[in-house]
Write a protein that binds this ligand. Sequence first.
Ligand code: SPV
Ligand code: MG
Length: 556
Amino acid sequence: MATRSRPQSSILPTAEPVRSKAAQLRAELMAPALSYIMEAHNGLSAKIVEEAGFKGIWASGLSMSTALGVRDNNEASWTQVLDQLEFMSDATSIPILVDGDTGYGNFNNVRRLVRKLCQRQIAGVCIEDKLFPKTNSFVGEAQPLAEIDEFCGRIKAGKDSQTDDDFILVARIEALISGWGLDEALRRAEAYHRAGADAVLIHSKKSTADEIFAFSREWAGRAPVVIVPTMYYRTPTEAFEANGISMVIWANHNLRAAITAMRAVSSRIMNERSLAGVENEIASVKEVFELVGQSELTQAESRYLAPSQPAPRAIVLAATQGVKLGPLTVSRPKCMIDVRGQPLLRRLVATLNETGVRDITVVRGFAKATVDLANIKTVDNDHFAETGEVSSLACAEAALDGACLISYGDILFRPYVVSDLIAADGDIVVVADARWNSPGHRAPDRQIDRVRCARAFTGSYLDEGPVPLVAIAPDLPTTETNGEFIGLIKLSADGTTHVKDELARMRADGSFTMADLPDLLTRLMARGIAVSVLYITGHWLDVDDAFDLAKARNLM
Ligand code: SPV
Ligand code: MG
């Protein structure tokens, strides 16, 4: 392994199970073996570096800028860089050494930078002895260098600001790059080391490592030496080990690989006008999901999300012709009359769909062939002219299974009415309009199904839950009427069982054929089965006669 002299550190690798990222980076830097860190420029590339087995990440300024589509001249602000780092840090468990350029200003900017880096568990920063705004080291010649004392101030300020004792500050010496020679590089290394730098990075743009090795011989391990062999890439890694280098930064190779790969795939798809040629040469969508840990989210959802209740199915009773609508229902049933450009039933189905109710069985009768909407199931009551609502409901008995809604086919209501009904407590809950008697609501002679409840509507918080139903019939005295049944019922799974039992009883006792839903509800209550009422105040309508239709068309 390496024959270089080892820098001393009080913090060496230990058997501790969990170390901070800064402590991990410190251990790598101070260890006798040569360590390598690999460039990343965003959360994805950082994950890939970790996946490859690297012990650390170089958050390259050149790569992060380029990935953002800007130049490595501090065109991306330091907080924009910080945002990238936050994603990289969150996405990985290995330490990140960030390329902090010049520290983005003077000592004061370095202080703020280091505090923010520590907050985001960034393990260390490398700052270079140039001036803000910086230029990449491989651009141009003889870039100006910072005054040594001023740069030492930046180092001290950074070290004084770290909130993790293990945070690493690497001082980067640009003297060789700028043509100032080995002695100047060593003078600077010594000053920066004394100012508190944990390591020095000696940079070179030569194609051989000669000047780097000359530096490291003279430096003799006074502090760890970090290098970036982008230009002297042919030098064997064993030579770095043999010359006392502590850490190698592979500085921009993921970015450059991405550029090559993205160019190849884009131009191929452009030229071939097809994805077929590239599909097997690029990462699969499955791999994409794996990289970001999609399965963890699925597990977490099963742990933390409340199990969603399956939406009830719905049975819509739409068999009647609706003779009171005269010529409008000669060739189609009233559920199919036009209400402002759409059949009434299509509007009803859309409202149910909006609340998650998708399994809808419509009981057809009169002119059944005209009831032909998409997304509904149909069953037929071919005896619609001689039978009542309960017979129609029985035609849909196969759909009476588990939680169910039963709705008349000639009503419309706001979606919240269904949502509130589904959420309401109770095995059998019916919706009633407490404003049943308001002026102009109905044609004066119109018969409605009146309900009497255990408590009248109050208009206060008391109305929030359903109230027990006491009676339901068209002929309740006005003084005893608390609302109008709108033709919408919710059954829980138990409620559905009660209804099916009652249908069987009604079949057996002969009351089945002409019975309507209020008769069914009355029989259930007589057997001691609780039925409740959810009050609403308007926000619904039914279409029974020309008066209702005019109102419906106005409302839509
Ligand atoms: C970087 O990766 O941004 C560096 C290394 O600073 S270099 O581009 O070699 O200057
Ligand atoms: Mg850089």
